[in-house]
Design a protein around this ligand. Structure first.
Ligand code: EPU
Length: 355
């Protein structure tokens, strides 16, 4: 991890007044659509805004929360602190060779728009991650992944503002400690860093990744034998739209739980009882089991209680039909966790953060 204050002159003391907004509505800023308010709210538009705020002392006055696209957060009530909303934009090509390009995006850029930009330029690497809701700055926090790819596969580095010290730091791939839906920003350094920009190393000679069954099925259906990265993106968009609820229509945060990793011994016993079990290799002695399958098998798929429920097409997704609350979602999630433990002796871990 580099201390960028020693490398780049980022300490610009702008005269710009940064306005904090009091009792700010968050309903349109969280994809569950919960009708909650932030005690204070500030939109961060440049890295220098953070520097300026640090010098104003505001970070020691309030508990703060960093918000990107609000697509992985359950607000269980009003946020009694300061929301820092990442709106830092920008796309820059930093290096380009015959083989690769390094492109940097502002942390507040919309993830899917960033993916589309890489496709327009025919740079490969992010196509399997099309249509994931959220921002570029949030993508490394949980090492977003789908259809056989995780961002760690083409992540180069990121720059982040360390709120407790007021310093900018750069993290390379290894320093992010990426794991399955995990990174240093979700564990040891949780809540400390505001990610201002992310760099990806993309390929000008892309290797197409079609090993995920559903992608191959879509390409076969469309009679595409030699797919381009744009074809892969279209297949991914098609699959996501057919299975996952659109947050603009039904509030949700994508997968609510992680797929649990359990011992091969337990899998052996479960396979005898449930021959249709959905499992994937994890690492030596352990296997990943589909949480969606477990929840469906336990009878929760399509369950609805008042305005919250379990999505009818993908049991891993909890939904808000309109007037549900975060507290109700968490209560439902806990019931599901208990039931899965009772039926399968498997603990489900939440993937979504709770504030
Ligand atoms: N399945 C069921 N019932 C269900 C849902 C799934 O039996 O209700 C079975 C499917 O039939 C399939 C298997 O479980 O055989 C896997 O399902 P799917 O392909 O939908 O993937 P997933 O493991 O449920 C993960 C990610 C998703 C990502 C997909 C595709 C996690 C927590 N979720 O879901 O990511 O889009 O793979 O790669 O790892 C997200 O993180 O928000 C997210 C949507």
């Amino acid at each position: 991890m580099d201390n960028l204050n020693e490398i780049t002159p980022l300490k610009i003391h702008s005269l710009k007044q940064i306005q904090s907004k009091h009792r700010y509505p968050l309903r349109l800023l969280n994809t569950f659509g919960f009708d909650v308010f932030a005690h204070e709210y500030i939109a961060i538009q440049t890295p220098e805004d953070l520097d300026h705020l640090y010098n104003s002392g505001i970070f020691s006055q309030f508990q703060f929360g960093i918000l990107g696209g609000g697509s992985n957060i359950t607000f269980t009530g009003d946020f009694n602190g300061l929301i820092l909303h990442n709106q830092i934009l920008g796309k820059t090509t930093l290096e380009s060779s015959d083989e690769h390009v390094i492109v940097e995006f502002g942390g507040g850029e919309n993830w899917h728009q960033a993916v589309l930009y890489t496709l327009e330029n025919q740079w490969g690497g992010l196509e399997n991650l099309s249509l994931i809701p959220g921002t570029v700055g949030a993508s490394p926090i949980q090492n977003i992944g789908a259809y056989g790819v995780e961002i760690k596969d083409c992540f180069d580095s990121l720059t982040a503002f360390h709120i407790p010290s007021g310093e900018f730091h750069r993290f390379n791939n290894a320093e992010c400690h990426f794991g399955y839906r995990n990174s240093i920003f979700k564990t040891e350094r949780k809540g400390e860093y505001f990610i201002t920009s992310v760099r990806f190393k993309l390929s000008k000679k892309p290797v197409i990744k079609t090993q995920y069954g559903d992608i191959q099925a879509a390409l076969t259906q469309w009679c595409i034998e030699s797919p381009t990265i744009s074809d892969i993106s279209k297949a991914v968009i098609f699959i996501r739209e057919s299975k996952l609820p659109n947050p603009a229509v039904i509030g949700n945060c994508g997968s609510f739980f992680k797929n649990p990793v359990v011992s091969d011994k337990l899998i052996h016993d479960l396979t005898i009882k449930y021959p249709d079990i959905k499992i994937f290799p994890a690492y030596d002695g352990y296997t990943k089991i589909s949480a969606g399958w477990l929840i469906e098998k336990a009878g929760w798929k399509g369950y609805r209680r008042d305005d919250i429920g379990v999505h009818a097409k993908q049991a891993l997704v909890l939904v808000n039909y309109g007037n549900g609350s975060g507290a109700e979602i968490i209560a439902l999630a806990k019931e599901i966790q208990l039931d899965i433990f009772k039926k399968f002796e498997i603990s489900l871990e939440m993937e979504v953060n709770t504030w």
